[in-house]
Ligand binder design. Sequence first.
Ligand SMILES: *Cc1c(COP(=O)(O)O)cnc(C)c1O
Length: 369
Amino acid sequence: MSVEMSKPVPRPGILDIAAYVPGKEHAPGVARVYKLSSNETPLGASPKAIEAFKAAAGNLERYPDGQALELREAIASVHGLNPANILCGNGSDELLGLLCHVYLGPGDEGIITEHGFLVYKIQIMGAGATPVVVKEKNHTVDVDAILAAVTDKTKIVFIANPGNPTGTYIPVSEIRRLQAGLPKHVVLVLDAAYAEYVRRNDYESGIEVVSSNANVVMTRTFSKAYGLAALRVGWMYAPVEIIDALNRVRGPFNMNAPAIAAGAAAIRDQSFVQEAVSFNQMWIEKLTSAFEAIGLKVTPSVANFVLIHFPETDGKRAADADEFLTSRGYILRAVRSYGFPNSLRMSVGPEEANHGVIEALGEFMGRKA
Ligand SMILES: *Cc1c(COP(=O)(O)O)cnc(C)c1O
């Protein structure tokens, strides 16, 4: 007979989870605020996506297509994939959660990296399993460290490539080496949320590795380069057996109709996203060299944000810079919970905000930018 409790009690482990805290949005008392804390695009969504979203307003009484076929076909045609290997989610966050729900249980281990995205840990623990954290090297995923951490309890490995909040990446040769070193039953999750932004010849988002292996999945999002964060649109490219397993437990209408319509229109508008990527590339370079010129260290980024490291000097630490920038309306992301107590992450913003942060940090550091 089970012990009676005086109130409902969550499963063991649930109350050990530290809930996700999003980037802050407000700077009290400041007239013009720039939110540079959530890696949102400064360029908005494609006008075609906005149009499709508005058109969807005419049919709100109808359930969405539970297969999200229009969106899956649009993604498949742009990326040259089979729609049967694509599953869409209410943000890629939902897909990360479903993977844990399906492949993990109590006693299992999920490997994550030192500065990895916090959602992985939350979802591993939510499934009752144990997160195993491995070191990174120079703020970059270390394949050897991951392989050394594999035990007979390991069921899943999460890496973000590029990483958030680091902005670093590992080349496809390293991804292949990681896959080759893992037991065949371990799911390797390649979270490529920032793939659109990467301009490196040795980078591959994961499509090729998924296509040639039964245990690799790639997740992608419309929240970043496509500018649809509010709508929650993510997708996964995976072997059909994995898609089938996730389809058994997902909500039957997990994607809403405006999101399906806007997502399909957004991905068909590749010229819009290419412009966003060019704008980003220019600013990643400008921000990095400007911050280095005023004496700050910046982790080299291939994504749409930079990780800025502050001096260990009283009055010049990340917390001081955060306060200073917030008072001027520039909201960056404190990344203490990601293992960077003296750093801030800045998303590439609109031109005037980027210039503004360069100028403000120059003043903060007592140097001319
Ligand atoms: C932003 C981000 C996502 C995207 O999440 P959505 O749920 O699709 O908005 C996924 N992974 C990482 C590492 C991210 O930074």
